[in-house]
Write a protein that binds this ligand. Sequence first.
Ligand code: SF4
Length: 239
Amino acid sequence: MKGYVHSFQSMGAVDGPGIRFVVFLQGCPLRCAFCHNPDSWHKEQGQLFEASEIIDKVKRYTEYFGKEGGITLSGGEPLMQPEFAAEIFRLAKEAGINTCLDTSGNFLGNVPEDSVKTLLSYTDLVISDIKHADKKAFKELTLGSLEKTKTFLKLTEEMNIPLWIRHVVVPGITDGTREVLEMAGIAKKFKNLKKIELLPFHKMCESKYEQLGITFSLKDTPECSKEKIQVLTSLIAAY
Ligand code: SF4
């Protein structure tokens, strides 16, 4: 089975536990205002690969994976190609490789739930995010919805898949103490939650937006400081 790929990272250290081979799939309809990969939005702009070709690449790195590492599917949005993603993970599990799915979880109503369930059945860890704890603010920030995120997270809970939540802290938008604690409150309701991580908003993607001729709506928003992340992380831990 073939699917659209944006790029590969052979020795990733931040997209899941241990050393990981990260496959960035092409295509995402969510248009998050803080997206740092606008070049991954249009599926057909990716390069076509067979799932088996990808696993052959991953197998070259298994000696570096140790006990925790493996393959991560990220994007773009892996759920926009659920059958392809499921085939990659099926082959990975057949080869004894740990699987991690990094997804927004917003199906946008155009992906069959059965395909997503099949994908999840081969998934060892889900990394997802709650882009904003407030319904209205979520919709202002993305083309998705908080309800769709919650529905997806519930599915991971029902399927008992360990869950990490990552939250991008954007000054003036998602960095308020109340917003962050509300986000943590939503996340902590899911019994499969293992970790919440805060990621600082940065603007290293600005040149990509310029090259693509897309307006970067957060151009004038300041980047988030490490100190802010530390303060908010401590608040979440004590919450
Ligand atoms: S879900 Fe991820 S890839 Fe898609 S627009 Fe949002 S940040 Fe970008």
